[in-house]
Write a protein that binds this ligand. Structure first.
Ligand code: SAH
Length: 549
């Protein structure tokens, strides 16, 4: 079973913003490991070993709080193909994650192996999260999995999820019920067990149903479904819609009448996963379709930050309707040698200024300080400088206030502001990455004593995700966000000719986080389409939305 007390102390949560003390059961208990571990294990043994969890319709924010709680404890996550990778990030980095499509290519062949995997893992004392699209009990075969667990004597908990119908309704602007025109709603499968000789669905009854029909898994039999409803006297002029990839930036909606729907779907090339919605409520879509009016709706945008830092930008993009692709181009690691950092921490009282140039630097330095057995008192009277608001925020998470944040968030401005404050002979400690620009040291050392320590190391990511690279090659990504000079250099010097051609002819547009990053991009010979006025994730998103507008 997952040992929460041995969780990592280095670095960050998926959104790059984990609060210190967030894992209180871990940190708070570290003084008395054995006792707390026992108490923790006792508590955990009261919970069932298997959670059948609904992952919602796709949007990573449409997950329940309970689903997140379960994921955080998982040793093994068995997930459906449609579950977003962003949702999986709630599980610990070292939890095993298996997509059920890997177990067997065909749906029917994987049922038994899924059951066996869950049972074996639970018996081995691992906490299993079986993560299913939408809700486990709406066309999800969740009941079969629960029955098998029950038969095996394995306790389980079921966590409901937002089923696709609810997601599509909200995000495509189709209210499933409405006082004026729909007093009932029916969820129907368009894909019954193929081994059944006859449909057990009563299409006559469904045609007469006094409300909205939502048909799951109906795309491959759309013609037959529509024909069956019309043959049973459903008015062919009934408003009808198909919604593909509901709740995601990829969402596509086709609206027409029941009679027209198969043709429209064919013409627009809609495919699974999609829902059919049939009923008078579909006609109100024009008023209610808020999601498709989001400023970045459908825009395909590449995020190149290290995975630990990509969260905030990805979150903002998703929120505005974009389709984010994550391609960490550089990686953040522990510094190669902690000794210089440790020495500086021991000598902290001799410094006048401690300067941070990234949130990562803050978390790494203060994390190290803590793990050496110190607490914040070790900082004494040292004054704190942060390059920008995110770095200052990281300090605030440790209950520390930055004494200085420059008006513009780049090294030149930080150096200039510091110059107005430091006095000759004062000692300044720069806690920074092992690579990057030298502006701060060069400028400050003209007037005072500057030492720098690498509190984390930044290396080019060894492998660039091939799926994302292929999406770039095929022209499926319209924007590349570049959030530092290092990232710009690392990516642009590694793209192949096809991608570079798309950048050169403007099909792929480069969005830069700052003037300094833009300069690097231009030095490499490329044009910057948009530049953030503030060097933060929000600044990048602002530049993107302005460009799109
Ligand atoms: N348990 C799931 C349904 C599984 S059946 C739930 O509660 O939502 C799979 C079908 O769900 C797909 O064929 C499609 O009809 C529908 N579906 C799932 N996610 C969808 C999405 N994001 N947009 C549209 N339809 C979706």
């Amino acid at each position: 079973m997952r040992n929460r007390l041995q969780s990592d102390t280095f670095m960050v949560s998926p959104d790059g913003g984990g609060l210190p003390g967030q894992n209180e059961n871990i940190r708070g208990a570290s003084n008395d490991q054995t006792c707390s571990q026992k108490a923790y294990n006792n508590l955990m043994s009261l919970l069932p070993p298997v959670f059948l969890v609904g992952a919602g319709p796709g949007h990573p924010g449409l997950l329940t709080l309970r689903a997140v709680e379960c994921l955080r404890q998982a040793d093994l996550v068995l997930f459906d193909k449609l579950v977003s990778p962003l949702i999986l990030e709630h599980a610990p980095a070292d939890a095993e994650k298996i997509c059920v499509a890997e177990i067997a290519p065909h749906h029917d062949q994987r049922i038994v192996p899924i059951h066996e995997t869950m049972i074996a893992a639970a018996r081995a004392g691992r906490r299993v999260v079986r993560l299913k699209g939408g809700d486990p009990y709406v066309f999800g075969r969740g009941a079969e999995e629960a029955e098998v667990l029950h038969a095996a004597g394995i306790p389980f908990e079921v966590v409901p999820g937002v089923t696709a119908a609810l997601g599509a309704a909200a995000y495509a602007g189709i209210s499933l019920t409405h006082r004026a025109c729909a007093s009932a709603v029916a969820f129907v499968t368009g894909h019954e067990n193929p081994h059944k000789p006859e449909s057990i669905l009563d299409w006559n009854a469904l045609a007469r149903f006094p409300g909205t029909l939502v048909i799951y898994m109906g795309m491959s039999r759309l013609d037959r479904i529509v024909a069956a409803l019309i043959a049973a006297n459903k008015d062919p002029l009934t408003p009808a819609a198909a919604v593909q990839c509901a709740t995601l930036g990829q969402q596509r909606t086709v609206v027409g009448t029941l009679g027209d729907l198969p043709r429209l779907v064919r013409e627009e090339g809609l495919a699974a996963p999609a829902l059919l919605l049939i009923g008078a409520v579909v006609a109100q879509r024009d008023t209610l379709a808020w999601f498709e009016r989001q400023p970045l709706f459908g825009k395909r945008i590449l995020v190149t930050r290290p995975r630990q830092q990509a969260g905030a930008l990805v979150h903002r993009l998703v929120e505005l309707g974009a389709v984010p692709f994550v391609l960490p181009t550089v990686e953040i690691r522990e510094p190669q040698d902690w000794q210089p950092v440790d020495d500086a921490i021991h000598a902290l009282r001799h410094y006048d200024w401690l300067v941070f140039t990234s949130a990562n630097g803050v978390r790494s330095f203060l994390g190290r300080l803590e793990s050496l057995g110190f607490d914040l008192r070790a900082l004494g009277n040292v004054r704190l400088a942060a390059i920008g608001p995110k770095t200052a925020e990281a300090l605030r998470d440790f209950r520390l206030k930055a004494d200085l944040v420059p008006a513009r968030y780049q090294s030149e401005d930080l150096a200039a502001e510091l110059l107005t404050q430091v006095k000759p002979k004062q000692r300044v400690l720069l806690a920074r990455a092992d690579r990057g620009r030298d502006v701060l040291r060069e400028t400050l050392s003209q007037v005072c004593q500057v030492e720098q320590v690498a509190v984390y190391s930044q290396v080019d990511a060894l492998d660039l995700d091939e799926d994302v690279m292929n999406a770039l090659r095929r022209g499926e990504i319209e924007f590349i966000t570049l959030t530092s000079s290092n990232i710009a250099k690392s990516l642009l010097t590694r793209l192949d000719a096809t991608c570079l051609r798309r950048i050169e002819n403007g099909e792929i547009k480069l969005v830069s986080i700052s003037r300094v990053t833009s300069a690097e991009i231009e030095t490499l010979g490329y044009k910057v389409a948009a530049e953030a006025t503030e060097a933060t994730a929000e600044g990048i998103v602002d530049a993107l939305t302005k460009w799109v507008r």
